[in-house]
Design a protein around this ligand. Structure first.
Ligand code: CUA
Length: 382
């Protein structure tokens, strides 16, 4: 066996450096109050999970400490000594029935104990309130669509993207699916993850105790822009939620300025093959066979300016004071692939339309006229 000489100044410095590095690694893993903190539940489902995590972590911790202490003690006690000759082995325990049955049964009992509480938790998480509201969730490369059937007639009344608005204190019953590859929906402070699979409908419930702004992130690798496939849940007080619903049910804006009118025209001609704005469906201009300007390929932008984020939740439309981050929006329209991790020739994601600077200015004017301001103006919990 070789021994490390820790007495020279150089090796002592190496040991100190290694120690510091380890400390930095450990402490960087322990931030609290971060947006995606799984250990700070803000809703019933997340709390149910937390109630399981605590005891299981405790049991796992005790087992970890016992095993580690045992390993270190045994390694120390039975270490090779100078007096040993090379052929001497410590006393062997192979064939000791009492020990072997013991360390087979004990872990089985511990795991059975954990399994009972896990099953109870799973069933609790599947419970749905009678007054839960239903929201459809569709993942696609690389953004989330949320659909609301407000009157329950089976038709979608509201379509949004990147931000899901819910009433605080009410359970929300999600049905989740994907339009392309497998994604995973996750709002850590409100519930666990749920895979979003093409051709399948999975369910998940969310509930926020209080009004708030909750961060989420796609957690299944789904392509180049996976890390930029984000979402938010905005929980509003019931009256503000009702007002939001009323506003979202209305059609898109009627241009009030020449720039907005030019922007609307540019939108109809260039953007509307993928994006839709409700109310534009009946735009004239295609003679006897008006093409309905409805598309499911990209986010519905009917009330775009009511959202805090766009481009898959990657960019903030407003700064902390409620001013529009116009430069970022223009850059996004100018060259989306450059702003996001997308290959320039990727057929998914927003293409570079080669817009002129005038078109970009007009489109920005029109898009910003889709709402008076963001629906959430409070703090962002980060
Ligand atoms: Cu969608 Cu990762």
């Amino acid at each position: 066996m070789t021994s490390v000489n820790t007495s020279s100044p150089r090796s002592r410095r190496s040991v100190k450096l290694l120690g510091l590095l380890g400390l930095a690694l450990i402490s960087s893993a322990c931030a609290s109050g971060t947006p995606l903190d799984t250990l700070e539940p803000d809703g019933a489902a997340a709390r149910t999970i937390q109630d399981l995590v605590g005891p299981v972590f405790l049991i796992a911790g005790v087992v970890f400490v016992l095993v580690e202490v045992g390993v270190v003690l045994i390694a120390w006690k039975f270490r090779a000594r100078d007096t040993d000759d090379d052929d001497t082995l410590p006393a062997q325990v192979h064939g000791n029935n009492r020990l072997e049955i013991g360390w087979t049964i004990l872990p089985a009992v511990i795991l059975a104990f954990v399994a009972v509480f896990t099953l109870v938790t799973i069933f609790e998480l599947e419970e749905r309130d009678d007054d839960a509201i239903a929201i459809g969730v569709e993942g696609q490369q690389w953004w989330w669509r949320f659909t609301y059937d407000i009157d329950g007639d089976g038709e979608t009344d509201i379509t949004t993207a990147s931000e899901m608005v819910i009433p605080a204190g009410t359970q929300v019953d999600l049905s989740l699916t994907s339009n392309d590859v497998i994604h995973s929906f996750w709002i850590p402070r409100l519930n666990g993850k749920r895979d979003v699979v093409p051709g399948r409908s999975n369910t998940l419930s969310l509930e926020s105790d209080e009004p708030g702004y909750f961060f989420g992130q796609c957690t299944e690798f789904c392509g180049l822009s996976h890390a930029e496939m984000r979402m938010r849940v905005i929980a509003l007080p019931q009256d503000e939620y009702d007002a939001w619903v009323e506003e979202q049910m209305t059609d898109g804006p009627t241009p009030q300025t020449a720039a907005q009118a030019r922007g609307q025209e540019a939108f109809s001609g260039l953007c509307a093959s993928c994006h839709s704005i409700r109310g534009l469906e009946n735009q004239p201009g295609t003679g006897e066979n008006p093409i309905p300007l409805v598309s499911g390929v990209a986010p519905d932008l009917t009330h775009f300016a009511s959202r805090r984020v766009y481009a898959g939740g990657l960019f903030e439309l407003y700064d902390g004071e409620g001013n529009v981050n116009r430069g970022q929006l223009e850059a996004w329209l100018r060259n989306p692939a450059a702003e996001k991790a997308m290959a320039p020739d990727d057929e998914r994601g927003m293409p570079n339309l080669g817009l002129t600077e005038n078109q970009i200015d007009d489109l920005v004017e029109y898009l910003l006229s889709t709402a008076d301001g963001p629906v959430w103006t409070g703090p962002r919990n980060d």
